[in-house]
Design a protein around this ligand. Sequence first.
Ligand code: SF4
Length: 280
Amino acid sequence: MTIAAAVDQNPLDPYLRVDRMPHIWCAGCGVGPAVGCFVRAIDRAGLDADKVALISGIGCAGRAAGYVRLDSFHTTHGRALPFATGLKLGNPELNVVVFSGDGDLAAIGGNHLIHSARRNMDLTVICVNNFNYGMTGGQLGPTTPLEARSSTSPYGNFDPPFNIPHLVAACGATYVARWSVMHLRQLERAIAEALVKPGFSFIEVLAPCPTVYGRMNKLGQGVDELHTYLERCVVRHGADTADADIGLNGPIIVGKFVDTERPTFWDYYARVFAKAQKKP
Ligand code: SF4
C-alpha cells in the first residue's frame, strides 16, 4: 500500500486538513498526539463536526487551528478565550473549543482564563502544557517548574509556577482534568466528556517538548519524556487540586478532579432577560 493510499484510509481524515501535511511540529512533540485525541473525541462524543469550532492562540499548540478540518480560528496571543466567548454568544448552537498552550492561556491570556471560568462560559478548553514557550526559543513560562532550566533561567527557575487545574477550579470551572499524552485513551475520553458538558470545561494535557524544554533539562528524546510521565504520573480521580502542583521531579497527580454542575453564563442571562421582559 502506498503512503498516499494509507493516508486516504485514515479514519481521522474527515477531521484533518491532510493537504496541509506535513505539520510544523518537531519529532517527538506532544502537540500532535493531543490533536489526535481531540479529533477522536469528536467522533466518540457523536458530535456533528459542522457544529464544532476550534479556536487557538499563538504558540506551537496554537498551530492546531491550521490542521483541523473544522471551522477554526488562529487568534492573537492570549486572546483565544475572548474570541471563543464572542463566537459562542453569537451562535450558541456551536460547540466551541479552545486549543492552546500554557503560555498563551495562563500567562498572556491569564486574565481571560480566570474570568471565563468565573462566568462558567460554555466552552471546552484544552491546554497543552509543555512547561515553556517552545515556539519562541524556550523561555520561562507560567508553568515552568521551580529549578527547571529555560533560555531565560539558565541557572534554574526561581519563579513559582501556576497549578492551572487549581486555578480554574477555584474560579468555578465545572469540569477539570489533567492527563499526559501518554494517557491517550483517558485523554480522549476526558475530552469527549468535556465536549458535552455544559459550562466551563478545562483539560490540562502534559506534552513533551524535546526540542527545547527537554533538551535544556536533559530529559532525552520525546519518547524518553513519555516514559517519564508513565513513571511520575499517579492517577487520583477526585483529588484536591491544591495537591496537584508539578515539580521538576516527583509524582504528578493526573485524573478527573472536578465534575460538577452550576448555572452557566447563559442560564443567568436567560433569567435576567425573562425578568426584564416582564417589566411594563
Ligand atoms: Fe513541540 Fe517544542 Fe518543537 Fe514546539 S518547540 S513543536 S512544543 S517540540
